[in-house]
Design a protein. Structure first.
Length: 379
């Protein structure tokens, strides 16, 4: 009887149809600010599965905390489509360069300097953004978000669109929307309620308070958390976060909450002494990809399609309305909030005086250029 290898050699067609829409490198769309790499896939025993790969989609804008520009959004859509139709690809690993940030959402410089006050342009941008989220949710391969650093705002949204998340434990998570002039309707308001329930979704989507990777794991936003800090050559958990106790003296869950006061300061000092090493993150990601490869491929894709439905249905129901609202919101609150972040700095702060604005609006003051200028930090 012929071996499977012999049958493959005998029966594989000489030519395969290419299902890609365009024949361009992902990198060429965005000056290399999104990278697409096929890395050899491995079996669970660690050996290379010849001819099979994991597609790594890597944001490369570390100076701006891996926020995505319009060109990067286009490149990301192409990258996910490429991985989706590539017969050799087992899984997609979505990550970013460095150890500070996976992604902090839309590029606030571009928002402030190009899209602010330009709703028709932002509407076109939002078509691309929506297609990026849909490309993740529609990828025929399992998508693993490798959280190398903070995942905030739109970064959290595209991260939650992924099927699995593995995070290094120095990474923070959360939304930025209402603090910076937006609403977290690029996926967060759709995904959060189905992932963590309405109450915690409300807390995250409105208050915009960052939370730790340990808390993200507890809430069920991420699948796994691994240490990344090495002190004297040994991995230790994030020292600014409570990880050694589950309950406080009143029986409230505190595991994963940030430490406070002197404990927080001591944790931060320890953090500065250590070095960040993402090798455990990479091991976990490889381990997951190896588990995924040892399954039937079509049963895997069907399982993904079914299990994505709660997220996808909410997303599809809302994404067009969200696009229209976000475009018009670029005339006032987004225009103000993103400019404030972009024009502010550590000294002046990067947020507006929200109470002043509310006081004006309570008196019926209209949105004017003059009002917006007056709200900029340092004015
Ligand atoms: C809380 C932060 C993420 C991190 O704060 P901190 O640790 O204090 O670092 P910073 O000094 O603020 O940032 C370091 C440098 O990175 C630049 N940076 C950070 N984020 C961005 C970004 N998103 N775009 C461009 N540049 C960014 C920052 O300017 C610093 O560089 P500098 O040269 O100035 O020193 C904090 O950085 C933060 O809040 N960032 C902004 C988060 C944000 O508002 N994101 C956009 C949210 S809205 C969004 O993503 C949307 C998606 C689609 C739907 C609609 C929508 O709104």
């Amino acid at each position: 009887m012929a071996t499977t290898d012999e049958i493959i050699a005998r029966n594989a067609p000489a030519e395969l149809i290419d299902h890609n829409l365009i024949d361009k490198d992902v990198e060429s769309l965005c000056d290399g600010m999104v990278q697409y790499e096929k890395r050899p896939a491995r079996r669970r025993d660690g050996s290379v599965a010849e001819g099979l790969y994991n597609a790594w989609i890597i944001f490369n804008n570390p100076k701006q905390y891996n926020s995505y520009t319009t060109d990067m959004v286009k490149a990301t859509i192409l990258a996910f489509r490429r991985a989706s139709v590539d017969r050799e690809v087992n899984a997609v690993v979505f990550t970013a360069v460095g150890d500070k940030a996976f992604c902090t959402g839309g590029n606030t410089k571009e928002y402030a300097e190009y899209y602010a006050g330009n709703p028709q342009e932002y509407r076109q941008y939002m078509r691309l953004f929506n297609d990026m989220v849909s490309a993740i949710l529609g990828c025929d391969k399992p998508v693993v978000c490798r959280v190398n650093g903070m995942r905030i705002g739109g970064g959290q949204e595209i991260g939650m669109a992924c099927d699995f998340t593995i995070a290094q434990d120095l990474a923070n998570f959360g939304q930025a929307g209402p603090k910076h002039g937006s609403a977290a309707i690029g996926g967060a308001t759709d995904f959060l309620p189905v992932m963590i329930g309405c109450e915690q979704a409300m807390v995250s989507g409105t208050l915009c308070e960052p939370f730790s990777a340990h808390k993200a794991a507890r809430l069920g936003i991420i699948a796994e958390v691994v240490p990344a800090l090495k002190i004297d050559g040994r991995f230790v958990p994030n020292p600014t976060v409570i990880t050694d106790r589950y309950l406080d003296e009143f029986g409230r869950v505190i595991h994963g909450e940030f430490k406070t006061g002197a404990d927080f300061k001591a944790g931060r000092d320890l953090l500065k002494q250590g070095e960040v090493d993402l090798s455990m993150l990479d091991e976990k990601v490889e381990e997951l990809c190896a588990k995924l490869i040892e399954t039937f491929p079509e049963c895997m894709t069907k399982s993904l399609e079914e299990l994505r439905k709660p997220k996808l249905e909410a997303w599809n129901k809302n994404k067009e309305n969200s696009r229209a609202w976000l475009a018009l919101n670029m005339m006032n609150e987004a225009r103000t909030g993103f400019r404030a972040f972009n024009e502010g700095n550590k000294e002046t702060g990067r947020e507006i005086d929200f109470v002043k604005l509310r006081q004006g609006l309570a008196k019926g003051v209209p949105w004017t250029e003059e009002l917006i200028e007056s709200l900029m930090p340092g004015k």
